[in-house]
Design a protein around this ligand. Structure first.
Ligand SMILES: NC(=O)c1ccc[n+]([C@@H]2O[C@H](COP(=O)([O-])OP(=O)(O)OC[C@H]3O[C@@H](n4cnc5c(N)ncnc54)[C@H](O)[C@@H]3O)[C@@H](O)[C@H]2O)c1
Ligand SMILES: O=c1ccn([C@@H]2O[C@H](COP(=O)(O)OP(=O)(O)O[C@H]3O[C@H](CO)[C@H](O)[C@H](O)[C@H]3O)[C@@H](O)[C@H]2O)c(=O)[nH]1
Length: 327
């Protein structure tokens, strides 16, 4: 297939691009590098340096695209509470412009990076796709709006749409000379920050809140390896069906508190990770754990690295070789 990948210079989009190319697809990456990295661009993909709002420049009716995988977005849930307009414009307005371009060009399928953040504080655990959607942060709201637009687009214009609702993505893709991992700047995610502390490059980890209604008072999240997540995209492309909007949660179904994650980082790295308790971060749901039964059943998705120590070990290997640099 000829595919457009938006956000292909980012953490997850770069891994999916690599797998699509290795599976024999032709890939064009649309990414303006606002948070991505030039080094993460696949040398055998074509890169267009433009914002997703300008997708129509690439998705012309004669260009012959078979599908779009849409990763480009701003992703920091905490920042989305203080700069909401940036998130609505980038994530929602940008996605609507992309969907307009997909329709105008007659592209048959679109796979979208949605998020566990659409659920807010869940009323059932593990969370199925049918659970109540009540985002507690603007980031989740901007993604839920796109999910709803995709449902309309599938019904109204026969698009084959798939939303993949990722839980917390971590780890790295390491295969021969290829190393693709997490390097957000500034980094906001728990595991890479804990690794920075373990490596002695940050003094301590701030734990945002220890008074949540969980076993040790810190938030619970469900971590998924980026390579397992990436494989689900290839399955989703095959499963996409005209006129349907399919939605799948992707996680391992195991919840870890933030303190438990830090313990795993200490074990895997063999280094101390000093922590200090800080105030809650605005918009954080207490507990997010996925039911991915539907993805397993309908997509045949089976994670290969479901355990947290394996996920952290790959993130650590990438951190040491590609992020830390000489001390
Ligand atoms: N990382 C997670 O744990 C997680 C969890 C759930 C959902 N997601 C979703 O997965 C997707 C990818 O996340 P990631 O962690 O790889 O993020 P990332 O920041 O590493 O990658 C995003 C990429 O999109 C590009 N980009 C952003 N806005 C753009 C725009 N308007 N036009 C063109 N390019 C743009 C950036 O330059 C970057 O290369 C996002 O949509 C995110 O919301 C991520
Ligand atoms: O320095 C830190 C960083 C994070 N946390 C805590 O660690 C947990 C996980 O936070 P992350 O920022 O790593 O991840 P989020 O759960 O906030 O969000 C991530 O997963 C979501 C889906 O669950 C979204 O899709 C989003 O893109 C992605 O950032 C939260 O309780 C957060 O408060 C800390 O205590 N200290």
């Amino acid at each position: 297939m000829k595919l457009l990948v938006t956000g292909g210079a980012g953490f997850i989009g770069s891994v999916v691009t690599r797998m699509l190319l290795d599976a024999g697809h032709e890939v064009v990456v649309l990414d303006d590098l606002r948070t991505g990295h030039r080094e993460a661009l696949a040398p055998d993909a074509t890169h267009v340096d433009a914002p997703v709002h300008d997708a129509a420049r690439v998705l012309t009716p004669g260009a012959g695209f078979d599908g779009v995988l849409h990763f480009a977005a701003l992703i920091a849930a905490g920042e989305s509470m203080t700069r909401p307009e940036l998130y609505w414009h980038t994530n929602t307005v940008g996605s609507i412009a992309l969907i307009d371009a997909v329709r105008a060009a007659g592209v048959p399928r679109l796979v979208f990076s949605s998020t566990a953040a659409v659920y807010g504080n869940p009323t059932e655990l593990p969370i199925p796709e049918t659970a109540v959607k009540a985002p507690t942060n603007t980031y989740g709201a901007t993604k839920l709006a796109v999910d709803m637009a995709l449902t309309s687009e599938a019904i109204g214009h026969n698009l084959a749409a798939v939303s993949l609702r990722y839980f917390n993505v971590a780890g790295a893709y390491l295969d021969g000379d290829v190393a693709l991992g997490e390097r957000h700047d500034p980094e906001t995610h728990l595991i890479p920050i804990a690794l920075e502390v373990a490596a002695g490059r940050r003094e301590k980890l701030q734990l945002f809140g220890d008074d949540y209604p969980t076993v040790d008072g810190t938030c619970v999240r469900d971590y998924i390896h980026v390579a397992d997540l990436a494989r689900a995209h290839l399955l989703a492309l095959d499963a996409a069906t005209a006129g349907q909007h399919r939605i799948y949660n992707l996680g391992n179904g195991n919840g870890f508190t933030n303190r438990q994650v830090v313990d795993v980082v200490r074990e895997v790295t063999g280094h101390p990770v000093p922590v200090e308790v800080a105030p809650r971060r605005e918009g954080d749901p207490a507990e997010l754990v996925a039911s991915s039964a539907l993805a397993r059943e309908e997509l045949g998705w089976v994670p290969r690295k479901p355990t947290l120590p394996d996920i952290v070990a790959d993130a650590w290997a990438f951190y040491r070789t590609h992020v830390a640099g000489p001390r």
